[in-house]
Design a protein around this ligand. Sequence first.
Ligand SMILES: C[S@@+](CC[C@H](N)C(=O)[O-])C[C@H]1O[C@@H](n2cnc3c(N)ncnc32)[C@H](O)[C@@H]1O
Length: 384
Amino acid sequence: MEICKHNEGCGGCIYQEIPYQDQIILKGKEILRLLDEKKISYEKYLGIEGSPKRYAYRNKMEYTFGDEIKNGEMTLGMHKKGRFMSIVTVDECQLVDSDFNEILKATLEFCNEKGYSYYHKKTHLGLMRNLIIRKGEHTSELLINVVTSSQLPFDGGDYADKIRALPLNNRIVGVLHTVNDKVADFVYCEKLFPIWGRDYYMEEIMTLKFKVSAFSFFQTNILAVEKLYTEALSLIKDLDGKTVFDLYCGTGTITQTLALRAKKVIGVEIVEEAVEAARENARINGLDNCEFIAGDVLEVLDRLEEKPDVIVLDPPRVGVHPKALEKILNYGVNQIIYISCNPKSLVENLSFAQYYGYKVISIKAFDNFPYTKHTEVVLLLQRL
Ligand SMILES: C[S@@+](CC[C@H](N)C(=O)[O-])C[C@H]1O[C@@H](n2cnc3c(N)ncnc32)[C@H](O)[C@@H]1O
């Protein structure tokens, strides 16, 4: 990676001065160190697999409007490292498609031409709040969402004309306007107005089609995630005639890849919108053997009458809540696949699982987030 011009301010790519092969060695060693520290025994460590794409692998960016210097010119980008009130314009980020950088620049130019102000975090005055760009890796579709307050009108028509006239490599399929008047520094959708085109983009993962709406969770590095899912599926011996629980299922991407081979898959996810998207995507893919339940895993498991043969876990960064984990382990299934985006919470959960008589059979890491500190891990737990 060429040293990024945003290195000083942005702080996202902590490993950019380290050659890629060394980065993944470091990440792999850190996982082994955490396993040893918690005395987690495992049969096989299968190493760490690099990302198929090292640059431009991110399919989503959420930029914030602000300023870098107090009362300075308007900026659009990321929160500055260690200085939460400052925003650094990141118009040459190498983790995203160059179209993202072009759209960011044009958006900033448009707002300056129109004399729009940015929404100030302390005074809560101003118009422009965020710009969210999403891209379908296999479809080259772009979805653009501008978030403003309702304090002044935003000229969506002129904005869409400007953005759509850009010479881009990908195809814009929708331009959206979200209104958010909540004071918290968080993108909240109070109202969503389509300005032009559709309010979703399409993605394809392992032959399945996914409709991704403006605010649905979706995996960030699609090419890397396909490798990860392939590994996860290969760990399960014979899915024929089996019932699988896919807990923390998001928009049901893993659920549907499992449904291609299992008798039935039940996905559980706390975000209602993601569950609706998962149901719609299953319909699009003609899968009638998956069921999605909206709710907290901890509570939903008490209501489920069906018993699983295999369990797949893909929890958020905090890991599985100990009480939910107890219920999961009490099913006593022979195989549990655990996908983790945070090795620290993973080892806590594994320590508990060991106590319940489970053993890690194989463990493999995936570098889905080159240059950053993050890593994914896939492992198979078996009951002894
Ligand atoms: C790492 S994502 C995995 C999503 C999905 N498996 C995928 O690959 O796209 C974790 C998911 O867990 C959901 N989640 C967080 N806490 C939850 C809970 N207590 N019960 C159910 N789902 C939860 C999040 O909304 C998120 O969609």
